[in-house]
Write a protein that binds this ligand. Sequence first.
Ligand code: PEP
Ligand code: MG
Length: 972
Amino acid sequence: MATKKYVYKFSEGNGTMRELLGGKGANLAEMSILGMPVPNGFTITTEACTAYYADERKINSTIMKQVWEHLAWLEKTTGKKLGDKENPLLVSVRSGARASMPGMMDTILNLGINDTVVKVIENKTQNKRFAYDSYRRFIQMFSDVVMGLSKAKFEEIIDEVKYERGVKQDIDLDAEAMVELTDKFKSFYKKNLGEEFPQDPKDQLERAIEAVFRSWMNERAIFYRRMNDIPESWGTAVNVMEMVFGNMGNDCGTGVAFTRNPATGERKLFGEFLMNAQGEDVVAGIRTPEPISKLADLMPDAFDEFVKVTQILENHYHDMQDMEFTIEHGKLFMLQTRNGKRTAAAALKIAVDMVNEGLITKDEALMMVEPRQLDDLLHPQFDAAELKAKKDDVIAKGLAASPGAACGSVVFNAADAKAQAKDGKKVILVRLETSPEDIEGMHVSQGILTVRGGMTSHAAVVARGMGACCVSGCGAITVNEDAKTFTVNGETFTEGDIISLDGSTGLVYRGVIKTVPATISGNFKKFMDWADERRQLKIRTNADTPADAKRAVEFGAEGIGLVRTEHMFFNSAERIRAIRMLCVAKNSEQRQKALDLLEPMQQADFEHIFEAMGGRSVTIRLLDPPLHEFLPKTDEEARDVADSLGVSISAVEEAANALHEFNPMMGHRGSRLDVTYPEIGVMQTRAIINAAIYINRKHPKWHVVPEIMIPLVGEPKEFDYVANIVRKTADSILSKSKSKTTYKVGTMIEIPRAALLAGEIAKTAEFFSFGTNDLTQMTFGFSRDDAGKFLSDYYDKNIYESDPFAHVDTAGVGQLIEMAAERGRATRKDIHLGVCGEHGGDPASIEFFHRVGLTYVSCSPYRVPIARLAAAQAAIKVDREKGIVAKVEPQPAKKAPAKKAAAKTAAKPAAKKAPAKAAAKAVKAEPAKAEEPAKKAPAKKAAAKTAAKKAPAKAAPKKAAAKKPAAKKAGK
Ligand code: PEP
Ligand code: MG
């Protein structure tokens, strides 16, 4: 059997191999193919990482053998040798997973230096400062990444040396200072680890590779993966690359740049660099870097070449690129390119602009934006009038690193941010600069404010990736992290003081600034219109109030898929009392008393909801209260109900006790209540039908057709029993009223037995809506209320990869859905099939629902835009699998920017060249040729089946299992 290939030269890979080579490795290979100035190197595959973990954290000999073979090749190619006394090779060892995880894993630079090599470098370069700067950096990184010594300790030593020598910046430390630092670092290493700093470069390399593999499982990487649905099984690749040096003198430098502005999307080369520095310095925020445009003056040739490269890369990848480069003695080297992280607003602008420029198709634009990112745009924004009025409260201005409106009390470290956020406080994290360890604190903060660091600093990049508001590089403030204060213009702010950050302007305000709800307009609207053109699934919303319904319509909902009628009683004491009276009623007289109170409330609510929906479809579910959530819990509540019913408190308590259930989620709820107490179904039907008659009379053009949904059905006869009550009641009202109003009666499929008997149920049920919350609960046998307590053990032990309450379990629950849909359709060809469980707003689940051919998904109002885009992406994906790929549509020619200005600032428009001929004959969609690896177009059913398995490829965030939402609201 051939030995598995674990190591690839850059020249052996290409851009499509990211699963194996990681994003960085694949793109380095692609850049090499494109003839770009990439240093030589090789990539150790993600499969090697997986093998490392499978072998209980050991790199096996097959992998190491291939590493040494490739090292020998690299030495031959470069003419340098690791540890050589004449021509030593130094390498960087860098992580690179399939999905980009900026700053989450580890990197080691300058590997290969030891006490001898440093002298060789000094002699060869005649640059002692450079030689020892490189050595001390290596010791620092190796100690941190490989040996786990705290980075901060090394920074303290640097600060001491700077203090002794009376200098402020690292750059001001001279050669002797670098020698001193190197010695101090080595002593520190020995003191803490009881061994000399390793001198054998091969040993250094093996340990560094292992450390990068290990960093896949460091806390921040795990956290980042969970936040971004990146499966643990992917592993990271390791890239070993010949070092090029940006710290060799003043004709050297290093930088990071984006082809477009990642905060706003503006089409203008955007980035930062530092002269005489190494890569980490730019992102670490140690020195505030210079804007990239300045490079044009300092090193015009290298800059011109860089601009050209950026244009080629953007045109090649059809996406905004985030690149790292180094200039060594005036010569440009590209160290990395990847699709850049960007804010949601930038993502939309870039997508829309690139279509307008003729660079990409609308499909490509739609695929470019992560649906969940849209959520960032739906949060409230600062009220413009209030911003103006509070001009005098501006305390400082920093860089507008990541837009958003943040108000909160100030904290000074990630741990405090976490602790206070856990207590429900809104916090703003203020830091000198952030580091990857701060990620959890950043995640829970409303906004992040840093003193140091530019637009590409860690804080800025990570905040943009998270959609968190960030103002960076706010040099006007002085932070004392120990005292937990910051001072600006003589004013001191202490922990707990409230400030507001405007991430779009970089302004920092004292106090609170009022916010207003977001709207969908401009690029957002245009983009969502494209999504609507492309999707096949309809998008409805789960809404229980007119305000929610209205909001959802503004966000693009085409109807309501679920009104939880029991939720309509939470918003006043009078209402909750009425529903409690119903629950504890001991006889039909008491029950009727409660129902008489409830009916007018319900009818009015339904009228308002129909009104808010402007005639769109509305599915109303009959009462489904898990009793434990509705019973009186305190003496006061019991007294209140007792008084209303005219009975004693003990009678109420007795009734409540009698209703106690051991498994309330499998208890006397849903259709079971109507079987026991048909008068409940009668009351609700009356309220619904009377409301519909009223609205149809008020708006003669609307034709509201209420869809009455019977919950928690497990047996066709059970459905028929309740459906008959509904139909009898409705028909009687309608015939008396002479209204032309019609209605539909359907059911939820949320008990596995209902899925099995769906064909039977569909004989009388006019529609199905999959209640995937209960269907998941009952298929797994996991309590929705309790599973969160132990599910994390299942993720840790790799038994389940994701929370089945967040991402539909396509393997099990998915089969039931697919089967019920097929059986339902076999009985009733045009049966409407929806989903109203939490999965209706989850992009991975939506893909599955599209594949099994459901009619609609229904989700909470704020997830409606996300669902619209996810549904469009599902349709595009499936088309692509069938070989249907849209082409770029020709765009009206635009004036090209003046040549020089373009070279200086803008990524060149691809418009003219790229689409030219092909576009002339462009049709909207046609079978793919070279663009997509056209898989065999699967027969529809087979496609759905395989897809069913594929859809959840993305792991879910390991969140607590979904509670029945009523519980949450009840607590409010
Ligand atoms: C469901 O079970 O998926 C559902 C929508 O109903 P509820 O969450 O109200 O039980
Ligand atoms: Mg349910």
